[in-house]
Unconditional design. Structure first.
Length: 108
């Protein structure tokens, strides 16, 4: 489901521009516009889920896909060390209400 007021849904729907690094039928990966590391991507499911708090048992595969996509991108970019991060809620640093996984690395 696409939420038209969600910036990530607009990016997924190609209504807003982003620097796409990866896309398949389940997820996209884009460069973070406010990077916290030399290599900083957001891995975003095409399915709109507001937050980790909203996950259900039915989302197990989707979360696995996010993590495996991060691993794949890290390997493609020869990253031997990296951090994967979910921010949850405003107090946890989540700015956009669409679940996304941060892939950060100092590079190798």
């Amino acid at each position: 489901m696409i939420f038209m007021d969600c910036i990530f849904c607009q990016i997924i729907n190609k209504e807003k521009t982003a620097d796409f690094i990866y896309e398949d039928e389940i997820v996209i990966a884009v460069k973070d516009i406010n990077p916290k590391a030399p290599f900083h991507l957001l891995i975003i499911p095409k399915k709109h889920i507001t937050s980790v708090r909203e996950l259900t048992e039915g989302d197990r595969q989707l979360i696995g896909d996010l993590i495996l996509t991060a691993k794949k991108i890290a390997e493609q970019n020869n990253l031997t060390g990296y951090k994967l991060l979910f921010n949850v809620g405003r107090r946890g640093g989540q700015i956009v209400d669409h679940i996304h996984l941060h892939l950060l690395s100092q590079g190798d």
